[in-house]
Design a protein around this ligand. Structure first.
Ligand code: TYD
Length: 223
């Protein structure tokens, strides 16, 4: 069967707090789309290019924390810019479905709404980093902070130290959940809030319902 492509590609981002199951769900969706002959690119932030992975390493090690929140936000955005130009835009141009684990909503939530960075400053960085591309769909995996921390702790390799953001406590997790829910409320056309409780299979079904509708709409639009 010929592979299925879209005129301007389809850009889907995944968001949520620690332990919400983003990584396994994004992998499951990628496999499903490939089986259905969609060409996909699976990527993540911070990261996705050699330069952005280098920035990721510096940020998550915590060594830029002392430079302050604004600089940290600028580094996330610098990594995003490289990622957008070198990976996301070219893939969309080829008509692919791009699945990205975290994108600008993570910056809004971690650095902005629950952090110290001014939102207007972040929106300016967003415009520069995205440079004309925007997610068609953002899936926000929503889970209680307690359940998320439980899952994240169970999954974490005992030999690995928690990263810069994982160190933070339950209250921070709770605030982030609320921040993601706020964005979902503010931008219902782009965002879908996905109940991330229950089994992985149940969550995957909830995700598929939303993605299927988007792909059908995109197919008609291209028709
Ligand atoms: P990662 O190990 O990829 O986390 P997860 O598995 O939870 O997605 O680490 C990325 C961390 O960086 C995560 O705690 C969220 C944070 N982050 C920001 O603070 N701002 C951002 O713009 C992005 C993309 C991530």
């Amino acid at each position: 069967m010929a592979s299925k492509a879209f005129k301007n590609g389809v850009f889907i981002t995944f968001e949520g707090g620690e332990g919400a199951g983003k990584s396994s769900q994004i992998n499951a969706l990628n496999e499903k789309l490939n089986k259905l002959n969609y060409k996909t690119v699976l990527t993540r932030e911070p990261g996705g290019t050699a330069g952005a992975e280098a920035i990721r390493h510096v940020i998550l090690s915590g060594s830029v924390e002392k430079l302050g929140s604004d600089i940290e936000a600028m580094l996330f955005s610098a990594a995003r810019s490289d990622h957008v130009e070198k990976v996301i835009k070219p893939a969309l141009k080829q008509g692919k479905v791009v699945l990205c684990d975290r994108f600008f909503d993570s910056t809004r939530v971690y650095q902005g709404i629950t952090g110290k960075v001014d939102m207007d400053f972040l929106y300016s960085l967003e415009r520069i980093a995205c440079n004309g591309i925007w997610p068609d769909l953002t899936l926000i995996l929503d889970l209680s902070a307690e359940e998320g921390m439980k899952r994240a702790n169970a999954r974490r390799d005992k030999n690995l130290r928690p990263d810069r953001f994982e160190k933070e406590d339950m209250q921070a997790q709770q605030k982030r959940r609320e921040a993601f829910r706020l964005i979902a409320n503010q931008e219902p056309n782009r965002c879908a809030l996905i109940d991330a409780s229950g089994t992985a299979k149940q969550v995957a079904e909830r995700i598929w319902n939303v993605v299927q509708t988007l792909l059908e709409r995109k197919t008609i639009d291209n028709g």
